[in-house]
Ligand binder design. Sequence first.
Ligand code: HPA
Length: 280
Amino acid sequence: MKDQRLERERYWNEVKAAAEYIKSKDNRKFEVALVLGSGLGPIADRIENVKRLPYSEIPGCPVSTAPGHEGNLLIGTLAGQNVVAMQGRFHYYEGYSMEKVVFLIRVMAVLGVNSLILTNAAGGVNRAFNPGDLMIITDHIGFNCVSPLIGPNIEELGPRFNDQTHVYDPQYIALAKQVAQDLDISLQEGIYYYTQGPSYETPAEIQAIGRLGGDAVGMSTVPEAICANHAGIRIFGLSCITNYAAGIIDEPLNHEEVLAIGAKVSAQAVALVEGMLNSM
Ligand code: HPA
């Protein structure tokens, strides 16, 4: 137990050191953080006066390896807000510990970020969904997710047993719907079901996920959401439905298709996020 506490102390010091490093590059107060998922990278091009901090230069920060995921922290302004954006995220299937997967989320918490926009690519489980749809994440199912909060609690960030009644901020969900209506963007909404990956699911798993209430399925976002919720950060989650989940139609899944559809809907995702930032 003593070793675990020492290990946690070392990790917490790493998080604080990374936050200090970022502050040394830009001492602004950042209100909103973004995590740019597969295919939704073009949001990065809209950030103004951008400073690019490669993950490899941030002390303690892992480096992402998934295709389609770059590895930079971007600092700048988007729709008039000071933002910090992760261009590339960390997935458990890459072999990182959950502590590393959520490392930069904790750094953002230390930087004082109030809001977090999580974006991802996901498979459509709900039969009313089609590739190219955008889905507001209203809640998630994380049974398959090893909690990033396991181990001695970091009291400075949040409580041991954190409430998860509203992981995805109801006001942000309402705001997204309003902005989408104003901009004539059609949106789905639903529950994001987390899987560890890296294999896509079997058709039997997708049937089970649908019965459990999942509308979309993916391999990210939930660790970050658990961690940000623990730290009291308000979250908005957006899935880009890139494919029919396995077995919904009789076609194999491939990652290139996921990236291509993501790129297609990114203009709408960008417009939605920018519209929301104006009121966040
Ligand atoms: N399953 C899991 N993760 C995904 C999928 C999927 O079908 N599509 C994009 N990410």
